[in-house]
Write a new protein. Structure first.
Length: 205
């Protein structure tokens, strides 16, 4: 038989997993193979050495002295470890904080100023004196309509979202809006709307 088979038998024998028959096969082979006999002797010496180490004990107080000699871990290092363990969570948190800060700034800067954005503005009627955007009856607007510091009156059809920031959305019985209708009156609603808008734009790329 191949010597590799008997090397496996050596390990089984030393682990006390070999059967009587396997032990007999190993003894017969070791009597006729000098290389395997030498390898078996080395394995036995290694096993005896490892077993002797398990009985060795460190001097009394050794562990305490080593632990006291170690430098104290700084709090900053712990925070750094947390950042390294959860990089995506940290990145998401920073993004939300920065996004909230910029949107709150935009909220205060745009206070009182009438603004309107739409993909098809030519199909809309804008009454700036009344701060009102109108979707006329019989007209269809593709895409979102967003009005700030004004109202939206929908008499026709909008294939998208209708959002009034610091304003109202009025719908006639003939109107049809395929997307969402939102009225935003508070800073937190504005922040949430902005975060959703950015997230949707990233997903739809």
């Amino acid at each position: 038989m191949d010597c590799r088979y008997f090397v496996r038998l050596m390990h089984q024998y030393l682990d006390c997993d070999a059967t009587k028959e396997e032990e007999m096969q190993l003894r017969v082979h070791l009597a006729s193979c000098q290389a395997c006999k030498q390898h078996f002797q080395e394995l036995k010496r290694t096993l005896v050495f490892v077993q002797s180490l398990s009985h060795t004990r460190a001097p009394e107080g050794f562990t305490e002295r080593v632990m006291s000699a170690l430098p104290q871990e700084r709090r900053r290092t712990r925070w750094t470890q947390q950042f390294k363990r959860h990089p995506l969570l940290v990145a998401a948190s920073l993004f939300i904080v920065l996004m909230a800060g910029s949107t709150m700034s935009a909220w205060t800067q745009g206070a009182g100023r009438f603004e309107m954005s739409a993909a098809q503005a030519q199909n809309l009627q804008v009454d700036e004196s009344k701060h009102t955007v109108i979707v006329p009856a019989g007209k269809t607007v593709e895409g979102d309509i967003v009005v700030r510091n004004g109202n939206i009156r929908v008499d026709g059809e909008v294939k998208g979202n209708v959002v009034a920031i610091d304003g109202q959305v009025y719908m006639a019985s003939t109107s049809h809006i395929s997307g969402e209708v939102e009225e935003i009156h508070e800073v937190l609603e504005w922040v949430w709307y902005s975060v959703k808008k950015v997230f949707n734009s990233l997903v739809n790329r």
